[in-house]
Design a protein around this ligand. Structure first.
Ligand SMILES: [Zn+2]
Length: 467
């Protein structure tokens, strides 16, 4: 977590939502108060103590008063030990402290919307891209609408709603049908009277009442128009619900298909093997080894793998030193009681090629300029594969996670990535082919063996047949 000046220094000039707010405020010659900047990849519930610490910092600043506007770069799917709508409850509290100052909120496309989020904000906008390469633009839009509202040029009103559907994260990419067309429609709505129109594909893994697809439309005082455009977005998404269902190929078959692909030609990029069920930005531990084990078992060669989370193995590798030969038992150390099936460690022998402090800055286009930290990291060269071992969770969404470790993906036949969609931001354009590899915690049906206890029912595709 960063506070005050340190937060300003870290985010000023970056391609983030916070970066956009700072640019806007500075252009206005505004005095800026930035109480706190904090983020985390999703995992278990946010501890109540951490939630209180983060929100208190903002609420205490608001209580001091004297602000013309409040600009918040939130995610929208925060579940705490006590609250299923972390952001909504926070906004409610903020509104109670300061009932008058307009509040702009920019949200992730994976937000799960609640009444409290919309009721306690002046304007809400959401990303239109996944991979999220428009975080800056999303906050800029929210901030610009807020500035117009402060000047009395517009009176934002919002209509929101959700559809009873849980789009699978693997089918949410905005390069793909149907989210591509849905997001284009959101953009087009600004020519039809919307100040902003956002469709949230939602974060199903949160398993809370309002998990799933939702939409919010902001207009200048015209609630009826906002409702009509919202209904159109939800209706269009519902019609396309079947296209949001993900179908799994058995792991052995995926890896065999990758192995059989035509040999590497000069100028070819890598074949990307997506270990997408272990994406840390979807709550994965990055310590499952099923996909990597299958890649090695089938004898694929010239592989780079990013990454296995295993701080203990990293320490052992560092002790062996550059060029040292080690046999390590990697991954398989984190218990995942909610997911049936084994996640055993994998034993590998190789030489240590790289040792790094794991720090790099994003090249972009996603979160450009943001400092990243994968903790102490090593590259273990087993011959057929260069395996990255890390000590902090980072999704490989930026080329620099590999290049900072001396791995050039363009020189590899295969690159295994623990990612779902975000890898496309930094590495998508160089991939020769993509093979989706289903790892631990899945079976042949859409949502596999995951249990849904709290999400509103009935909901597609868990209950509602597509007819
Ligand atoms: Zn997201």
């Amino acid at each position: 977590m960063l506070y005050g000046e340190a937060a300003l220094r870290a985010y000023r000039g970056t391609g983030t939502g916070l970066g956009a707010y700072l640019d806007l405020a500075e252009k206005q010659g505004a005095q800026i108060v930035l109480p706190i900047a904090a983020g985390s990849p999703p995992s278990g519930l946010v501890e109540d103590k951490a939630y209180a610490h983060i929100t208190d910092a903002i609420c205490e600043a608001a209580a001091r008063g004297g602000f013309d506007g409040i600009l918040l770069d939130l995610h929208g799917a925060m579940v705490t030990e006590s609250l299923e709508d972390g952001e909504g409850e926070f906004l409610k509290r903020l509104r109670a402290i300061d009932p008058k100052t307009p509040i702009a909120v920019s949200l992730d496309m994976h937000a799960n919307l609640y009444d409290a989020i919309i009721a306690n904000a002046t304007v809400v906008t959401g990303y239109r891209t996944y991979p999220h390469i428009d975080t800056y633009e999303t906050a800029k839009l929210a901030g610009e609408i807020l500035l117009r509202a402060i000047r009395g040029e517009v009176k934002p009103v919002m209509a929101w709603g959700n559809a009873p559907m849980l789009p699978h994260v693997m089918r949410q990419g905005t390069d793909d049908h149907p989210n591509k067309e849905l997001q284009h429609r959101c953009v087009a709505m600004s020519a039809e009277g919307a100040l902003a129109a956002s469709l949230f594909t939602g974060f199903p893994h949160a398993d809370i009442t309002n998990a799933g697809l939702s939409a919010v439309v902001v207009t200048d005082g015209d609630l009826k128009l906002a409702e009509e455009l919202r209904d159109e977005l939800l209706g269009r998404a519902w019609v396309e619900r079947e296209a949001f269902v993900y179908r799994i190929e058995p792991l052995q078959q995926s890896v065999a298909r990758a192995k059989a692909m035509s040999p590497r030609q000069p100028g070819d990029g890598p074949i990307v093997l997506l270990d997408h069920y272990d994406n840390c930005a979807s709550g994965g531990t990055m310590d499952t080894t099923a996909v990597l084990a299958e890649i090695l078992r089938q004898g694929l060669e010239d592989v780079a793998a990013f990454a296995i989370y295993d701080p203990a193995a990293v320490e052992q590798a560092i002790a062996a030193g550059i060029g040292g030969t080690v046999t390590l038992s990697i991954g398989g150390k984190i218990k995942m009681p909610a997911i049936p099936g084994e996640s055993p460690p994998l034993t590998v022998t190789g030489t240590i090629k790289t040792i790094s402090n794991g720090r790099y800055k994003n090249r972009g286009p996603m979160a450009q300029g943001v400092a990243m930290d994968m903790g102490a990291a090593v590259v273990l060269d087993t011959g057929p594969a260069e395996i990255v071992l890390i000590s902090r969770h980072v999704e490989p969404s930026d080329l620099n996670c590999l290049s900072s470790l001396g791995i050039d993906p363009l020189q590899k036949r295969y690159v295994m990535l623990k990612s779902r969609i975000h890898w496309r931001a930094g590495l998508g354009s160089m991939a020769k082919a993509v093979v989706e590899c289903a790892g631990v915690g899945v079976c042949t049906s859409d949502y596999g063996q995951l249990k849904f206890d709290r999400v509103r029912r009935p909901i597609f595709p868990l209950d509602l047949p597509n007819r």
